[in-house]
Design a protein around this ligand. Structure first.
Ligand SMILES: [Zn+2]
Length: 329
């Protein structure tokens, strides 16, 4: 996939898209920033999403919402046409603010804050957040990790249903049995390069992840994993370092701390506000946590620009096609 946001990322303008900066923007400034993210190759000049034509005339709406008509194919388009945010009818500043809030608030009340600050329904904020997760996930498509002598960790953790933190201990056995009955429990498996990038995926069991790991980890990688039988199938392909989790997470040079940090982030998200982290959304939450973990040292303003660029480079949502229209409040 091409990344129209990249050129923009390199400019000093990119650093200004922090939450505070977005809220200070005028509508014109927001439009300018948005056009430069969407059409970075032309420095913000509109490009028809249908035919690629550069010749379009301004047919701005009476409300001031920017809109163009292509002289080539006669189709009309907006800044968000053909992107992940297609079919939303929000002011441009609201998208930028939504992205800024999403990047800024690592956990907790982000969706409530977003619906309040932007005057959206909770459902609308929910859909927007999921589209941003979809954008983050686009960055991981086809990713391969590791390589000769590179250390990576592989680990799995089970998710399914909302677990009340206070009741976690006494409910553990019963809850797990119930979840097993519904068949909704899934294991998130993470591959994480030490000091590098991550790649999560969702399976029914850890052992089912062997093919995925072999496909996405380059030969020569030194793989750290716990002693669960699930990972035994990896020995034929990789040099392995195994560690017993009941004793430690880092022992005799074997270390799965990288995976542990990832899962603690995902668990915090689960406790905070993802009441339904199971089911079809689990992969998106797992990808969001991986993106945040990998980007944890990237300045907030840069994160906002990156997510905006990814969303603008992304075709309309596969997860939520038509959802917005059907559920419009
Ligand atoms: Zn056209």
């Amino acid at each position: 996939m091409n990344k129209p946001g990249q050129h923009f990322l390199l400019s000093s303008h990119a650093k200004t898209l922090s939450l505070a900066a977005v809220f200070r923007m005028t509508d014109d400034q927001a439009e300018d920033a948005f056009r430069k993210v969407r059409w970075s190759e032309t420095n913000g000049a509109p490009v028809c999403p249908a035919c690629g034509c550069l010749d379009a005339y301004d047919c701005r709406r009476p409300t001031g919402a920017p809109r163009w008509e292509c002289r080539g194919c006669k189709k009309q388009f907006s800044i968000t046409s053909g992107t992940l945010f297609a079919s939303h009818k929000l002011p441009l500043r609201s998208y930028l603010a939504a992205i800024a809030i999403f990047c800024n608030e690592v956990k907790g009340k982000s969706m409530l804050a977003m619906s309040r600050d932007l005057g959206l329904s909770y459902k609308a904020a929910f859909v927007l957040c999921h589209k941003m997760r979809e954008a983050m996930a686009a960055e991981m498509k086809g990713r391969t990790l590791g390589g000769e002598g590179v250390e990576a960790s592989v680990d799995g953790a089970y998710f399914g249903g909302y677990v009340k933190p206070a009741n976690l201990k006494e409910n553990r056995v019963d809850r797990r049995r119930a979840e097993n009955r519904t068949g909704k429990r899934r294991v998130v498996v993470i591959i994480r390069e030490h000091g590098g990038a991550s790649l999560p995926a969702v399976f029914k069991t850890e052992a089912a992840a062997t093919g995925f790991i072999r496909a996405h980890l380059k030969p020569g990688t030194v793989v750290n994993a716990d002693e669960a039988n699930s990972w035994d199938g990896l020995h034929a392909r990789f040099e392995m370092k195994r560690i017993n989790h009941s004793e430690a997470y880092s022992l005799d040079g074997a270390c799965t701390n990288w995976a542990e940090e990832y899962f603690s982030r995902l668990r915090r998200g689960e406790m905070g506000h993802h009441h339904h982290i199971s089911g079809p959304y689990l992969l998106r939450y797992a990808q969001e946590a991986a993106w945040r973990e990998d980007s944890r040292r990237v300045a907030n303003g840069e994160q906002v620009t990156r997510v905006a660029g990814l969303a603008m480079a992304h075709k309309p949502s596969v997860d939520f096609s038509g959802y917005w229209q059907r559920h419009k409040a």
